[in-house]
Design a protein around this ligand. Structure first.
Ligand SMILES: C=C(OP(=O)(O)O)C(=O)O
Length: 561
């Protein structure tokens, strides 16, 4: 049985279906108190407490090893809440009066959570801790299995309603043979991370996916965008995957124009695959991924290590680090970002760095400027996300200069990296010439640029058809950006997912991009395309595409090329 979705990582894998259902904690209906065996419920509660205690202790140990004792301290607080005499008393009295253990836990924790939510600042954050402990107890009482995403058995095909970016970042590419999700688009961050980890993925399959049973034999074909249960030999053999020889050197077009083909990464785990696939450096280091899935932000030393590790992996190539781009679909619970109706249009990227989280921006800039003075730091470049105003970019440059002055005053070694900006909003594309005048480079983020030009949520598979960078409006925004860079002696790259589609390489070369940066998995195929492209023909192709008024016409132009 074959189901179709959106092919996201163009690789295929076969394995055993495993459902990830993180939050199915629906309570059974509450029986009459007279029908409840209070002693048995008390014993169930004590067992659940013991299990939770053991899990929290284990989480504490892991956090201490991975991120340090300070971050692990939060679990001490969890242990105290778990044994809080008032809370435990209340739960046990409710059980004694004939309330089943799960209802007693849910009710009493619910009250405590509501109390904390009504308080200010740090106290309100305690509500999250209580939710965490309540959910641990409920999972144990309801026998809801928790799946440890970082320790899945080899050959797992992970099925889920949706995955968050941090869920996906936890996956071990050596054990996960594929991912398929009910919702999600090709440029959602979970899909992007899966691609960076080279995990075959199909997203946006729809409700049909839920019919696949736990333990089924499943093929995920990320090239064709299909999920097949019990695939036969022919289906396995036909499953797609981008396949091209790895070329380590920088490649040139057939007529000698050099194009850098770099990789996008979110963290250290993606460096080796990027090197192995012959990437010419890093065109986008999504530094915000260093901030996800933890209890507090990484400090200057940890960020410095992450940046210098990336520089050392590519000692002769450029490494472009994007400053913190949180907000949108990248939630960071410990930062207490405001709840917003339209988070993609709200406090994101540079807006937060210059506003509510200027402290984090300063720490990050210190780490970056110091890394620029490190052994391989000459090729470090830094870019700002989500800019819409010249004032923002001017303010960001000022911050860089003031951090440099501070480091200077402290006698700390630093150097100035190249500075650039992401072109991912229509405002930035319209202002590209003014931006290029002030900066060393522009990097086009087509995932967001398409989202904002087309007024389409990149996460929403119901409108996924609108999210197509081949729409003439997006192509014209790209063209405008490239011309602005050329006219101002700045280099121009593209780090949105469009750059990684080998079928579009000739078009992008024709549009005049100097650099293309993508999930490492497609680097070899894009390099191959660059080598087979002649720039004169590519320019004609781009001119024809730019003359189109509809996406259908653009597709016809590409088909005919
Ligand atoms: C590269 C981009 O940034 P991100 O996908 O991380 O938002 C983009 O928007 O194209």
């Amino acid at each position: 049985m074959k189901r179709s979705g959106i092919g996201s990582t163009p690789l295929s894998g076969v394995g055993t279906a495993r459902w990830y259902r993180p939050s199915d904690l629906t309570l059974p209906e509450q029986p009459d108190p007279s029908a409840v065996d209070s002693d048995a419920e008390q014993a169930r509660f004590e067992d659940a407490q013991a299990t939770a205690r053991q899990q929290i202790e284990q989480a504490r140990q892991q956090a201490a090893e991975r991120v340090g004792e300070d971050e692990a301290a939060v679990f001490e607080a969890h242990l105290q809440f778990l044994d809080d005499p008032q809370l435990v008393d209340d739960i046990e009295s409710a059980i004694g009066e004939g309330t089943p253990a799960e209802h007693a836990v849910d009710d009493r924790f619910g009250e405590a959570i509501a109390q904390f939510e009504g308080m200010d600042g740090r106290m309100a954050e305690r509500a999250d801790d209580l939710r965490d402990i309540r959910d641990r107890l409920l999972r144990s009482l309801l026998a809801v299995e928790t799946v440890d995403l970082s320790a899945l058995p080899a050959g797992t095909i992970l099925l889920a309603e949706r995955l968050t970016p941090s869920d996906t970042a936890e996956l071990d590419p050596d054990s996960v043979a594929g991912i398929a999700t009910v919702t999600g688009g090709r440029t959602s961050h979970a899909a992007i991370i899966a691609r960076s980890l080279a995990i075959p993925a199909v997203v946006g399959v729809g409700e049909e996916l839920t019919e696949i049973e736990e333990g089924a034999d499943v093929l995920v074909d990320g090239e064709a965008g299909t999920v097949v249960v019990d695939p036969d030999e022919d289906e396995r053999a036909a499953a797609g995957g981008v396949d091209a020889p790895v070329v380590e050197e920088t490649v040139s077009t057939a007529d000698g124009v050099e194009i850098e083909v770099a990789a996008n990464i979110g963290g250290e785990a993606e460096l080796d695959p990027a090197v192995a696939r012959g990437a010419d450096g890093i065109g986008l280091f999504r530094s915000e991924f260093l901030f996800l899935d933890r209890e507090s932000p990484p400090d200057e030393a940890e960020q410095y290590d992450a940046i210098t590790t990336a520089l050392a992996a590519f000692p002769d190539d450029r490494v472009v680090v994007r400053t913190l781009d949180i907000g949108g679909d990248k939630a960071v619970p410990y930062l207490d970002l405001p709840e917003e109706t339209n988070p993609f249009l709200g406090q994101r990227g540079i807006r937060l760095s210059l506003g509510a989280h200027s402290d984090l921006f300063e720490t990050q800039l210190r780490a970056l400027l110091r890394a620029a003075a490190s052994e391989h730091g000459d090729d470090l470049a830094v870019m700002f996300p989500m800019a819409t105003q010249i004032e923002e970019v001017a303010a960001a440059i000022e911050r860089v200069e003031s951090v440099a002055a501070d480091l200077d005053g402290e006698g700390v070694d630093y150097a100035m990296p190249e500075l650039g900006v992401m072109i991912e909003t229509p405002a930035a594309a319209f202002l590209a010439d003014s931006l290029a005048e002030r900066l060393d480079f522009l990097s086009i983020g087509t995932n967001d640029l398409t989202q904002y030009v087309m007024a389409v949520d990149r996460e929403n598979d119901a409108v996924a058809d609108y999210h197509d960078p081949l729409h003439p409006a997006v192509l014209r925004a790209i063209d405008r950006t490239v011309s602005a860079a050329d006219g101002n002696d700045a280099w121009v790259g593209m780090c949105g997912e469009m750059a990684g589609d080998p079928d579009l390489t000739a078009l992008l070369v024709g549009l005049g991009l100097d650099e293309l940066s993508m999930s490492a998995v497609t680097v070899p195929a894009v390099k191959q395309q660059v080598q087979e492209t002649a720039t004169s023909a590519a320019r004609d192709l781009a001119d024809d595409a730019l003359a189109c008024e509809t996406r259908a016409e653009v597709l016809d132009v590409l088909d005919e090329s």
